[in-house]
Ligand binder design. Structure first.
Ligand code: PXP
Length: 241
C-alpha cells in the first residue's frame, strides 16, 4: 500500500491571518491541494489560533474529499470542536499552549488515564485516533493500551540527524515500526520531513500509512508552485531508492 501524503495547511492560514483578509483562501487551497494529488488535508489549531482557526474546521470538513486530519493538544475546547466536526482522523499532540511547534511525543504511560478517556470520546464518534509519539516500544505499548488506532512518529530528531548519519537516524524508527505492526498499530509520521529526507524515510520504514507535511512543502511552493510541489513530494514518497 502506498504511503499517503497529507498536506498540513497551517502555514497557509498563517499568511492569511497576517492581513486580516481571506487571502489566500484556505478552503480553496485545500480543494486545490486535493486536485493536485494530495491524499489528505491536515490542520493543527493552536490555542492562540495564530495558524488555522477553530472556525476554519467545519468549512474545511465540508470540502475535503480525501481524508481530513485535525491535530492538536486535546484541551476541552479542542475536544469539543473535533467532536462536532468529526474529521476522519484526530492526531493528539502534547504541545504546550505557547509551543512554537510540536517538539515531543506523548508519555503514554504517565498520561494513561487522561488519554484513555479522551480517545474513547473520539472513538465513540467514529473518529480514528492517532497519537504523536517518539519511537520507543514502551510508549508504543502504552499507545495501544489507551486505545489509539495509530501512532504518528515524531520525525524531528530523524530530520535533525539525517545529513550527519541517516542510517543511525532511521534505526529507531524501523525497529519501532516493526513493533507497531506486531501489536496491530498503524503508523503515520511527520515533522520536518522535506524533499531531501522524505524518500529515505519512506523507503526504510515499513508499514507506513501516511506522512503529514507542512512547513517544508509550503516553503518549497514559494519557489515551485503548489501543483509542482505536491507532485515532487509524491515522487519522493513513491520512488524506489
Ligand atoms: N505532525 C505534527 C503533530 C505537527 O505538529 C506538525 C506541525 O504542525 C507536523 C506533523 C508537520 O510538521 P512540518 O510542518 O514540519 O512538516
Amino acid at each position: 500500500m502506498a504511503v499517503r501524503l497529507s498536506v498540513n495547511l497551517n502555514k497557509v492560514a498563517l499568511i492569511r491571518n497576517a492581513r486580516g483578509s481571506n487571502h489566500p483562501n484556505l478552503i480553496q487551497f485545500a480543494k486545490d491541494c486535493e486536485e493536485f494529488g494530495a491524499q489528505g488535508i491536515t490542520v493543527h489549531p493552536r490555542p492562540d489560533e495564530r495558524h488555522v482557526r477553530y472556525a476554519d474546521l467545519q468549512p474545511l470538513k465540508d470540502v475535503v474529499k480525501t481524508e481530513f486530519n485535525i491535530e492538536g493538544n486535546p484541551t476541552p475546547k479542542f475536544i469539543d470542536h473535533v467532536l462536532k466536526v468529526k474529521p476522519h482522523q484526530v492526531t493528539l499532540v502534547p504541545d504546550a499552549p505557547d509551543a512554537l511547534t510540536s517538539d515531543a511525543g506523548w508519555d503514554t504511560i504517565k498520561n494513561k488515564e487522561f488519554l484513555s478517556d479522551v480517545i474513547a470520546q473520539f472513538k465513540n464518534e467514529g473518529i480514528r485516533v492517532s497519537l504523536f509519539i517518539d519511537p520507543d516500544n514502551d510508549l508504543i505499548s502504552g499507545a495501544k493500551e489507551v486505545g489509539a488506532d495509530r501512532i504518528e512518529f515524531y520525525t524531528g530528531p530523524y530530520a535533525d540527524q539525517y545529513l550527519e548519519d541517516r542510517e543511525k537516524a532511521i534505526k529507531p524508527f524501523i525497529a519501532a515500526a516493526k513493533y507497531c505492526h506486531t501489536i496491530g498499530l498503524d503508523i503515520n509520521a511527520g515533522h520536518d520531513l522535506n524533499l531531501d529526507n522524505l524518500n529515505f524515510f519512506c523507503s526504510e520504514v515499513p508499514y507506513l500509512k501516511e506522512v503529514s507535511i507542512g512547513h517544508a512543502l509550503i516553503s518549497d511552493a514559494l519557489y515551485y508552485g503548489v501543483s509542482n510541489v505536491i507532485a515532487m513530494y509524491l515522487y519522493q514518497i513513491n520512488k524506489t531508492r
